[in-house]
Design a protein around this ligand. Structure first.
Ligand SMILES: *[C@@H]1O[C@H](CO)[C@@H](O)[C@H](O)[C@H]1NC(C)=O
Ligand SMILES: *[C@@H]1O[C@H](CO)[C@@H](O)[C@H](O)[C@H]1NC(C)=O
Length: 270
């Protein structure tokens, strides 16, 4: 058992994180927390944004961009704000411009996290929209893509979505994976990864300090998994999506991550 001081220490070091899985385990798997940094700077959602369109895929409302002609697809698993986030759709459009079929499913069934809804506090919301459920849904989407004749699939997960993607990477259900400012992803997860993985992390994300990233890198290396592990300087958790579009430096930092993600998929899918 932990002393009160140890527990407080754990809370302090993990307080900046959405959910620390090991901490949750220690609490008997019951405690779930979405921290402020996972929900800060909420985007203005726009169901009509993006160059693509929305259609039903695998039963999900899905933002789709690009053509199936290449038979190469990329599944983008969102953060808590879901598939109507304009910046996420812009990333999907970039994926499409690279010749890949991009899909952004609504894994929240019409209920992205909404910080204004006091009747749906973070913990209650997360209970109904668990990353485990996200994984099941992502698997269903991968199955649907395969049944459309897609030959290679990449998956990218942002914050909440990273957990679903890392689980796909553990069962080798996709050919390449990218996690961007992940949440919930543990050392044990990384040990189980079987496909090329890029980890794009923020320097200012205290839940994933450089020592932990180094550990991830060493695990992947010793397991002979092709990898790209990078800590982006001056970036905060969420920087690839929830950046200030009027701040050229923030836009540039986000673009660098998008570029790294695209490079990874181009290398491993094409
Ligand atoms: C939350 O409330 C603010 C202020 O009224 C508003 O600008 C914003 O659009 C709302 N967000 C959502 C997701 O409803
Ligand atoms: C966004 O960036 C612009 C330009 O740097 C700045 O003036 C503005 O205050 C920023 N907005 C927020 C919400 O930080």
């Amino acid at each position: 058992m932990f002393s009160a001081a140890a527990l407080l220490f754990l809370l302090l070091i993990h307080g900046a994180h959405c959910v620390d899985p090991e901490f949750v385990q220690k609490l008997g798997g019951k405690k779930t927390v979405l921290s402020p940094h996972c929900v800060s700077n909420p985007p203005t959602l726009d169901s009509a944004s993006g160059a693509g369109h929305v259609e039903k895929l695998a039963g999900f409302n899905t933002y789709v961009s690009g053509s199936l002609q290449s038979k190469l697809a990329v599944l983008l698993a969102s953060d808590v704000y879901g598939y109507e986030t304009p910046n996420l759709r812009k990333i999907a459009d970039k994926v499409a411009a690279a010749g890949l079929y991009a899909v952004v499913p609504d894994f929240f069934y019409g209920e992205p996290f909404n910080p204004n809804r006091t009747d749906r506090p973070k913990d209650a919301w997360l209970k109904d929209h668990s990353p485990e459920k996200g994984f099941k849904d992502a698997k269903r989407m991968v199955g649907a893509l395969k049944s459309k004749g897609v030959s290679k699939i990449g998956a990218a997960g942002f914050c909440w979505g990273a957990k679903a993607v890392i689980e796909l990477a553990k069962i080798a259900d996709v050919q390449a994976a990218v996690i961007l400012h992940p949440s919930f992803v543990t050392v044990d997860d990384i040990k189980g990864v079987k496909v090329p993985l890029a980890i794009l992390s923020a320097e200012l994300d205290h839940a994933y300090p450089s020592e932990l990233l180094k550990q991830f890198d060493e695990i992947l290396k010793s397991n002979k998994v092709d990898r790209f592990v990078k800590m982006f300087p001056k970036c905060s958790h969420g920087w690839t999506l929830r950046y200030n579009a009027s701040d050229p430096a923030a836009v540039s930092r986000a673009n660098k991550a998008h570029h790294a993600m695209l490079k990874w998929f181009t290398k491993h899918l094409k």
